[in-house]
Design a protein around this ligand. Sequence first.
Ligand code: SF4
Length: 227
Amino acid sequence: MNESEQQRRAYLQAMDIDIWLPRVSPDIDDVPAVVDTDVTTAGIDWETLQQRVAECTRCELAQSRTQTVFGVGNRDADWLIIGEAPGAEEDRRGEPFVGRAGQLLDQMLQAIGQSREAVFIANILKCRPPNNRDPKPAEAAACREYLQQQIDVVRPKIILAVGRIAAQNLLDCSDPVGRMRGRAHALGDIPLVVTYHPAYLLRSPSQKKKAWSDLCLARRLAAESRP
Ligand code: SF4
């Protein structure tokens, strides 16, 4: 067994997945090159969008943030991962999904043949709510335009909504994750799958098999999505 196969088995084991399940080998050569000329539907280029987010004062979270967390990854990604909002560590480092939950998200991505570098990871909010409280509806509404512009540029084949807050905001509903996960949704013409937040999976590892099932559904929908 070569080193990458050993790694893959470790990722699957971290997800509590039996190693005989199907696998797809990640291939860094398959990652599309970054295109600098992409613009949003509003005609804004990616760098200008980043700058606007960095300087944004549209909601009260601008007062308490250390920095904005724009998102990370490949702007031409097939997969767009959307979480809730930056936590303390993300606020400090300026990157979404770091720490133990971020490591588990990385393992989840690796288990389906993706990686942090190949996907794009963003949040509903670009700034940290104090004390990690839930985003207020007005904050999510104020920030939504930035996320929509990111979706417009990335044009992913699949959106993975990670956790209750992300799913409820994207699908404009108040259902619990348990009712939203396990089936296909859509945001416009982009398929969307809901799954548990890795922070929740760390607290409830027995749910990892459901998360794996969600990831497999998302992988199938991405494969069936537009070329
Ligand atoms: S959360 Fe969004 S809308 Fe609010 S200040 Fe930050 S970037 Fe602006």
